[in-house]
Structure formats: structure tokens, C-alpha cells
Design a protein around this ligand. Structure first.
Ligand SMILES: [Zn+2]
Length: 357
């Protein structure tokens, strides 16, 4: 398949929606990612990419030619570019402000929660989801996804699916009373089918497949709404999906989700946030899971690591990441500071060699 399962996946993820930031991204690739041995770049684009098929549903300025240029640059550095097309959840401009993306503004029938507070803020609202019962949305989603795939000549697509809070809501006439795990699983299947028919491998975040109560995790990191039984719906959540299992909080009891995914047969990528101390703790437990996986012959492998950057990249932020990596920018009080991501890269990525055995 498209992701090399024999060697370590060493990935960098960033949100990206600004043509002006292409220079910063290229600089980051040349001066940071390539020298550190990264071999994958996950670009979270929608709706920051300026779609040719539906320009009215874009709110960013990244062009088709920009993506081709990024792809060429990454090819030269042996870095695989993987587009992240955020599906179902996070259909909003900013986390916590409830302002829907242009597609949902133009088509409010796709908004799952019909009784949301206009202009609401966290904790009245977190992020909009699209309605998991209204398949009319795919007449827009699939052409957009396909255009990005074409521009990047991609053979892997990350479909997002993290932090779904709004699904099967009572306020949605199409979803009311439906099983939330079934709704989630059928969405995974629809997206996976679309990609697999094109010979493309699917990646997704793992958090909705995890039982928050059982694992002692919060509602972002794992599910508290009834989606997690989708984990066992193997006909829909198929084991050929590569799971990026993210943890940004420190868990003194470890990170048992990694073990859960590996035992079920998923190729699993440990995904780190911007906190180098928490990342070192998570990493320490990853070594345990690598050891246990080999010793107990778990069918899934812990196949690598992913460093995540959640602020849309700008040239300034690219410099801050590099500054954090080379130590020219000191520690910040802001846990999502881009320089913290740089420090996290410096703390974790050199250890990626352990995945290669
Ligand atoms: Zn619905």
C-alpha cells in the first residue's frame, strides 16, 4: 500500500490555508523537516484550498499550483505529502466559535445540530458537524477531495474525523433516534469506499473509536457520546485504515489506546502535540507498546510518529517552529505556541529510529 509499513513513519502535520505561507512551508521543509529525517507531511487544507470545482466554498488562498510545487519539493526530499480533508467534524472556521465553513453556510441543511446558538462560543458550542445521514453532501465533498488528490498526486488521504461531538442529534430530523456508532461507522465506510476505489489508502484520527470512561480520557481525546462501539464494526471501520492516535495530555496510567489499536490490527501512528514533556512521557510508553507488540505478536504495528501543528501555518510561525527546533526561541507560556512544536520535534523525532526494527 501507499504507506510503507516496514519503515518508520515520521510525519509532520499542519493546518494550511494561505498562499503567502508557501514560502514558509518550503523553508520549513528544507531547514527543518528534511534534515530531521521526516518522511511525511500531512497538510490539513479544507477549506483553505482554493477549489476550482467549488470556489465559493473556499475561504483560503492555497492554489492548485501551490500544491503541485509543494509536492515537487517534497518529492526531492523523499517526503510523502498526504492531504488531510477534514470530514464530518470540525466544519467550522475556528474551534469553539461555531461559525460554519462556507459549504455549510450555503447549505444549512447539512448542519447536524439544527438548534445551535447563532454566534455561540465554547462551551455553548464547540464545532459543527455535517449530518451523517444526508449523503447529498458527498456531491460536494468528493469533487473537492478528488481535486486535492489530483493536485498532490496523492496515494494516501487523511479523512480527519476527530472530536465529533454533534452526531445523531435529536434536533436533526434525519438522525433523531439513530445509533451514533452506526452513523459514525457508515461515514467511515462511505469515505473509505470512495478512496479505495481510486486505489488510495485511508488515514484517520482514532479518538472517536475510544471509550473515554474506560480509558480515563477526556471528551476530546476519546468518545463520551456513544460512537466508540464503531471500533468493533469491522465491516465498516476496516483494519486497513491507518490510525493516527493522538494524545496531548499526560496520562500517568499510560496510553492504552495504542495497545487497543495494535491488538485490533490497525497500523498505528503515535501523534504528539506541542508539549515536549508530555511527548517524552507518551514516547516512553510507546516503547513499551513496541516491545509488547513484538513479544505478543499483536497484528497491528506501532508504525511511527506524527508531530501536529494546529495553528494555520504562516511564514512567521514556520520561523517559530524552526526557532524552537534550533533553540533560538525560549520556552513559551502558550501550550500551542509554534516554537513548542519545534521543541517537541527536537525531543521526539530523533527517537524515530526505534520504529525501524
Ligand atoms: Zn443528521
Amino acid at each position: 500500500m501507499a504507506i510503507d509499513k516496514k519503515n518508520a513513519f515520521v510525519g509532520f502535520h499542519t493546518r494550511f490555508g494561505n498562499h503567502e505561507a508557501v514560502d514558509g512551508l518550503i523553508k520549513l521543509i528544507h531547514e527543518g523537516l528534511a534534515p530531521m529525517g521526516f518522511n511525511a507531511l500531512i497538510l490539513e487544507l479544507n477549506p483553505g484550498y482554493s477549489y476550482r470545482c467549488f470556489p465559493e466554498y473556499s475561504n483560503g488562498t492555497v492554489t492548485y499550483e501551490d500544491l503541485q510545487f509543494i509536492k515537487e519539493t517534497c518529492d526531492e526530499q523523499n517526503i510523502k505529502v498526504i492531504p488531510l480533508f477534514q470530514c464530518l467534524s470540525h466544519q467550522c472556521e475556528n474551534f469553539g466559535d461555531g461559525k460554519p465553513w462556507p459549504l455549510l453556510v450555503a447549505h444549512p441543511e447539512f448542519i447536524e445540530q439544527k438548534d445551535f446558538i447563532e454566534g455561540g462560543e465554547w462551551p455553548d458550542i464547540y464545532c459543527h458537524s455535517w449530518c451523517a445521514s444526508n449523503d447529498d453532501i458527498y456531491q460536494y465533498i468528493f469533487p473537492m477531495m478528488d481535486e486535492i488528490i489530483e493536485a498532490l498526486d496523492a496515494d494516501v488521504v487523511h479523512i480527519g474525523l476527530d472530536e465529533v461531538f454533534e452526531i445523531g442529534e435529536d434536533s436533526c430530523p434525519l438522525c433523531k433516534g439513530k445509533n451514533k456508532a452506526e452513523l459514525f461507522a457508515r461515514t467511515v465506510r462511505i469515505l473509505h469506499n470512495h478512496l479505495s476505489q481510486k486505489g488510495i489508502e485511508t488515514m484517520m484520527w482514532g479518538d472517536r473509536l475510544l471509550n473515554a470512561e474506560k480509558l480515563g480520557m477526556n471528551m476530546w481525546e476519546a468518545d463520551k457520546f456513544g460512537m466508540y462501539p464503531a471500533f468493533d464494526m469491522e465491516d465498516k471501520v476496516t483494519r486497513d485504515i491507518v490510525i493516527t492516535d493522538w494524545h496531548y495530555d499526560l496520562h500517568s496510567h499510560g496510553y492504552p489506546s495504542v495497545e487497543q489499536f495494535m491488538k485490533a490490527g490497525f497500523h498505528t501512528i503515535a501523534s504528539f502535540g506541542a508539549n515536549d514533556e508530555q511527548a517524552a512521557h507518551f514516547w516512553k510508553h510507546c516503547l513499551e507498546y513496541i516491545y509488547l507488540g513484538k513479544k505478543n505478536h499483536w497484528p497491528g504495528k506501532l508504525g511511527g510518529l506524527l508531530i501536529t501543528h494546529w495553528t494555520p501555518l504562516t511564514n512567521k510561525l514556520a520561523d517559530e517552529i524552526l526557532g524552537g527546533m534550533n533553540g533560538t526561541i525560549g520556552k513559551s507560556d502558550n501550550p500551542w505556541d509554534s516554537s513548542e512544536v519545534g521543541r517537541c520535534i527536537q525531543a521526539i523525532v530523533p527517537k524515530g529510529k526505534y520504529f525501524r526494527k
